[in-house]
Design a binder for this molecule. Structure first.
Ligand code: TXA
Ligand code: MG
Length: 304
């Protein structure tokens, strides 16, 4: 898709499909209520669930949020990259209130993808971009995943996403940094840079700070059985590493047992398994350490 169409659409407040290193985004002008409302409408997303704002770098972010010392330390290391900060908005912040669902805080990140950066550098507004899928369904990691959900959308094809899981969301608006959504930038990496402990993700909280923490999310249309050590009739196996489960119905997230590879394959494999040929999915145990925490988080939400 030529860049001209992308810019024309963005300037006329139409959302576009934008590649990032994590998942494809449904991106539109974050300063425009009209553009942002179209994102919610297309995604069928409840308007109480705020969006992530995408910027080129720290200096653009500082126009909209109070960038704390912790945010600076982390952005110096991880931006552009899959780390989103929740920070307090600046006074008179021009971002559409609809994008932040009326909250005093804003979720913001700089994506590490050359095409996303190219777009952001060529426009004079930031982009609100949730994952480019219908609300609750599996996030898109290839351009064709986006076009199957939104056939009329202008989509910039940037190839398969290298990370495959949505960014880590870190709340820096309170006293102690808290992970709201685990991702490839793990709590260990964050603690190391900050030189202090941080709160790890808590799914049990009744008041949902990040509505993306809603239980059911990233869900295929068929049941998902977790921590499977065998396979039952009608099931297809989503395996990990070497194993002794005998079946011909199998997709292996990473034969070598590599968590990075598994993360990059996860959503695309869940889609393949959800293609209508099988009744349910059995998922082998994935180690619950490092990046495995984010993978297990997405699988758990897929299983409700
Ligand atoms: O990797 C990503 O982050 C992708 C790509 C496209 O950048 N985007 C993405 O957006 O995953 P989305 O809309 O699917 O997830 C945004 C999450 C939601 O869980 C939302 O509730 C949370 O960010 N969020 C947004 N603003 C927030 C805020 N002010 N406070 C707490 N959570 C917030
Ligand atoms: Mg999403």
């Amino acid at each position: 898709m030529p860049f001209d169409t992308v810019f024309l659409d963005l300037k006329s407040n139409k959302p576009i499909g934008m590649p990032t290193e994590t998942v494809y985004g449904l991106a539109a002008n974050a300063l425009s209520n009209e553009a942002v409302s179209r994102i919610y409408e297309l995604k069928k997303r409840p308007i109480f669930n705020p969006l992530i704002i995408h910027v080129t770098d720290i200096s653009q972010a500082e126009k909209y949020v109070i960038f704390t010392d912790d945010a600076k330390k982390l952005a110096d290391v991880f931006w552009p990259g899959p780390l989103t900060f929740v920070l307090n908005k600046k006074k008179n912040c021009p971002i559409s209130d609809l994008a932040s669902a009326g909250l005093e805080t804003l979720a913001i990140r700089s994506p590490n993808h050359n095409l996303a950066q190219k777009i952001l550098k060529s426009i004079d507004f930031p982009l609100a971009a949730p994952s480019a899928n219908i609300s609750e369904s599996i996030s898109p990691t290839k351009a064709e995943h986006v076009s199957s959900a939104f056939p009329n959308l202008t989509i910039l094809d940037g190839g398969p996403c290298t990370q495959g899981l949505e960014s880590t969301i870190l709340d820096l608006s309170g006293k102690t940094p808290s992970i709201l959504r685990p991702g490839t930038i793990t709590s260990e990496k964050i603690s190391n840079i900050l030189g202090k402990d941080i709160n790890k993700v808590q799914n049990k909280s009744k008041t949902i700070k990040s509505p993306g923490q809603l239980k059911r999310h990233y869900a295929p249309s068929i049941p998902v059985r977790l921590n499977a050590i065998d396979i039952k009739k009608g099931e297809i196996l989503l395996s990990f590493g070497h194993h002794n489960i005998k079946t011909e119905n199998e997709l292996n997230l990473s034969v070598k047992g590599n968590l990075r590879e598994a993360a990059a394959n996860l959503f695309s494999y869940l889609r393949q398994l959800d293609s209508g040929l099988h009744k349910s999915i059995a998922v082998m145990p994935i180690p619950k350490t490092g990046l495995g925490i984010a993978i297990n988080d997405r699988l758990t939400r897929a299983s409700f």
